[in-house]
Design a protein around this ligand. Structure first.
Ligand code: F1X
Length: 499
């Protein structure tokens, strides 16, 4: 029956009561998608910049993301522990001018804590004469004016906090290089004897490898030990027992076989082919954590040299304390020297001798130039690696000499992929932008245990399945990826390249 019409043409329903809320019964519709996050649109490459990544950035105020927990809770906790550490040092000082100098550092940390907790705007870094200051302050001026800790992209805001923390000391008189995390890094490594001796007793003697098949098998196992070595991450594992550490660092074959299925994107065969076809070139490691992870990096590098798969290995570390456990020069020297001379571990004579033999060989390699440790300021900047060519062309040119660059860990992976909401099936080569597409880009491999939201390079359906079955899979460190890009190594570097 036709409804009566009002003069303006709308339907007039006499006495119809208006419901307070509309209930839809959609029994025959497809089920609601429970995907972790809706797939966002890609941003046009010409608009990509640190404030506007290729896909929407994770930001501290995003309560759906890990960024919120890190910015709101974890960073103040980490800073609180850093203050406690400095107070321990303060209480051991006797000279008045040193005490006053360190007290001023603690006051600056208190100010940083207030800024962080009250979500202050990001201000320029005070000039301490270091080489990275201009990079930081230009970036802040250009992209982050008016942004605060929670509204700036997480990757930038978190890195900014570590640079500000360093500034608390870098402008002091006596404590310019003080590392608030050094005690923690040493303590955790000191509790890693089980896994350290597992490796040192196997690799102390220069390996006699019978044939190429054996070489490949050793490589495959060692590579996975090095991958999972990234699980020991001080910024996440605050209250770990010795037993927890032992389990995490398990180097046994059974454990490796069990965890292989947790490598969600796995280019390990490709990595092997790259290494075996490029005998005797330079290999690079962009390092992540000090202590046990660095130990596994050195064991792997040592194997590559002995197996004739590399004639030089270059390690890239950080100039100051960074994301709690990242390697600095002091950590590097401490590890090698404590392997040679230290009384860090209790073990049998055979175990201790094996560790000493490794440490002495690594020292010799350093003297012979077979291994090298460097710290470019780009690695402690707020930029992601998408901007490596543009911001630090000298570093790009240096990496261009490498046969393969390994990027270790979660933070490096975030910086490779711009830490944004890329769909999980985005190919790795696409996700890393100019580091894959620019002429002269080296082959790159990301070895990462997954400990934050960004995930790329996965086969279709994998992320959706895990989102349904294991809510914390992106943060737990139980899963990992080994993803490789071939780059464009045979071409000359084009310094004017834009994507
Ligand atoms: O690089 P790493 O050591 O593997 O991990 C760094 C990390 O612990 O720091 C962030 C939290 O602050 C996370 O992105 C990530 O899990």
């Amino acid at each position: 029956m036709a409804q009566p019409q009002t003069p303006n043409g709308s339907v007039d329903i006499p006495n119809a009561s208006i419901p307070s809320s509309v209930q839809l019964r959609l029994n025959n519709m497809p089920p609601r998608s429970r995907s972790y996050m809706a797939e966002p649109n890609k941003i046009d490459a010409k608009y990509v910049n640190p404030e506007s990544p290729p896909f929407p950035a994770f930001r501290g105020y995003h309560t759906f993301s890990f960024a919120n927990d890190v910015m709101g809770r974890r960073l103040p906790t980490i800073l609180g522990k850093a203050i406690e550490d400095t107070i321990i040092t303060l209480n051991q000082l006797s000279k008045e001018d040193e005490i006053l100098d360190l007290l001023a550092c603690i006051e600056r940390m208190d100010t940083l804590m207030d800024d962080l907790k009250s979500n202050k705007k990001l201000t320029p870094i005070p000039d301490d004469g270091a080489g990275d200051i201009a990079i930081w302050n230009k970036e802040i001026a250009k992209y982050f004016q008016g942004k605060d800790f929670m509204s700036a992209p997480w990757i930038f805001a978190e890195a900014y906090k570590y640079r500000r923390l360093h500034s608390c000391f870098s402008i002091s008189k006596y404590f310019q290089d003080y590392d608030v995390f050094f005690r923690q890094k040493c303590d955790t490594f000191a509790r890693s004897s089980h896994a350290v001796f597992e490796l040192s007793t196997r690799f102390a003697e220069p390996s006699k490898i019978p044939n190429d098949d054996a070489k490949k098998l050793i490589f495959m196992e060692l590579f996975q030990v090095c991958l999972w070595g990234n699980s020991t991450d001080l910024s996440l594992l605050i209250d770990m027992s010795e037993e927890d550490i032992k389990n995490l660092q398990s180097t046994g074959g059974d454990q490796l076989a069990a965890t292989q299925k947790n490598i969600l994107g796995n280019d390990i065969e490709k990595v092997w082919n790259q290494l075996k076809n490029n005998k005797n070139g330079r290999i690079d490691f962009v390092l992540d954590n000090a202590g046990f992870e660095l130990f596994t990096d050195l064991v792997l590098a040592d194997f590559l040299i002995q197996a004739g798969l590399a004639d030089q290995v270059k390690f890239h570390g950080k100039r100051f304390a960074w994301f709690v456990s990242d390697v600095t020069r002091k950590d590097w020297e401490w590890l090698i020297n404590s392997a040679c001379y230290g009384r860090l571990f209790k073990g049998t004579a055979e175990e201790l001798n094996s560790l000493r033999a490794l440490g002495q060989r690594w020292k010799r390699y350093e003297q012979e130039g077979k291994i090298k440790y460097e710290e470019h300021p780009f690695w402690i900047s707020g930029y992601t690696f998408f901007h490596l060519l543009e911001v630090s062309p000298d570093l790009f040119l240096d990496l261009h000499q490498s046969k393969l660059v390994f990027f270790k860990g979660d933070l490096n992976h975030r910086k490779l992929t711009y830490d944004c909401r890329a769909p999980p099936t985005t190919p790795f080569t696409e996700a890393i932008g100019t580091l894959a597409s620019a002429p002269g880009a080296p082959p790159v491999c990301s070895m990462r245990t997954i400990k934050s939201d960004v995930v790329v390079g996965l086969p279709p359906g994998v992320a959706e399945k895990l989102d349904k079955e294991e809510k914390d899979w992106r943060l737990s460190g139980r899963y990992s990826v080994i993803l490789m890009s071939d780059g464009r190594p045979d071409e000359d570097v084009d310094f004017d390249y834009t994507p």
